[in-house]
Design a protein around this ligand. Structure first.
Ligand code: SAM
Length: 249
């Protein structure tokens, strides 16, 4: 939701052709987002100016241990693509005995989260404002994540954009070593074709099992409602959650 409306079907022709330039010759990685010029509220701007260094970890290609990031080894939840951060803030306040690492490329959304974190005096959240694929490839220690959340990732409606969807068998398989044994992956979407794609992609990941039975959605998810979810529900969309657990080796 790089524009936080996330209707990727409305990309301009120029944006679309730039995004489709993923031929072997171009050597461009396939991005799951588009950075758009964001509008900032005064509160978001002020939070970025005043609190960036308190919560945002500068990207470096090295491992950051949970202790280094949070000063404690409490169980770690990682949320990829937290958008405006409302649900991450709610979870962090409700679970002070856990650590939360949020990853988001949309800077106004990071500003919104920083505002909330500072306002509520939250100390168990850190943020990377960078591509989650780089963070997961380089910055997280193995077997350190207890819960991985991907709530309402950009749906990339058009067939030719489906390859940009974050939830892919290869991507999820690549990050399994970062999960503790018994660690969980919770996914949600409001776009039915993406829900079907998610099940197919996840059931093909070796080393995880669907807590609700092969091919089944999670009917009673324990997560806050997200901003993007509310938008989907307003548009008459359904909501589909999936919960997987890493099998013991
Ligand atoms: C559709 S929005 C959903 C936001 C939020 N989870 C919600 O439900 O309201 C998806 C978000 O994922 C972010 N995103 C997509 N790919 C990402 C990536 N590779 N790394 C970090 N953030 C990403 C986008 O910037 C966008 O804010």
């Amino acid at each position: 939701m790089s524009d936080n409306t996330s209707d990727n079907s409305t990309l301009s022709a120029a944006e679309t052709s730039a995004q489709d330039r993923t031929s072997p010759e171009s050597h461009r990685p396939i991005r799951s987002y588009v950075i758009r010029a964001g509008r900032y509220t005064d509160a978001q701007k002020a939070a970025i100016d005043e609190h960036w260094d308190d919560f945002v970890v500068p990207y470096e290609e090295r491992h950051f241990s949970t202790e280094e990031l949070f000063g404690s080894a409490n169980p770690l939840t990682v949320e990829i693509g937290f958008g405006m951060g409302d649900s991450l803030l709610e979870m962090a306040i409700a679970n002070p005995e856990r650590n939360f690492l949020g990853i988001e490329v949309h800077k106004p959304g990071v500003g919104k989260l920083l505002h909330g974190l500072a306002e509520h005096g939250v100390t168990n959240v850190k943020v990377f404002c960078h591509d989650a694929k780089d963070i997961l490839a380089h910055c997280i220690e193995s077997a350190s994540i207890e819960t991985l959340l991907i709530f309402f990732p950009d749906p990339w409606h058009k067939k030719r954009h489906n390859k940009r969807r974050l939830v892919q068998t290869e991507f999820i398989s690549s990050l399994l070593p970062l999960l503790m044994e018994g660690g969980r992956i919770h996914l949600a979407t409001d776009w039915e074709p993406y829900a079907e794609h998610m099940v197919e992609a996840m059931e093909a990941v070796e080393g995880v099992c669907n807590i609700n039975g092969t091919g089944n959605f999670w009917q009673t998810p324990d997560r806050p409602e997200t901003k993007f979810e509310r938008r989907g529900v307003r548009l008459g969309h359904g909501v589909w959650d999936l919960l997987y657990e890493k099998k013991s080796a």
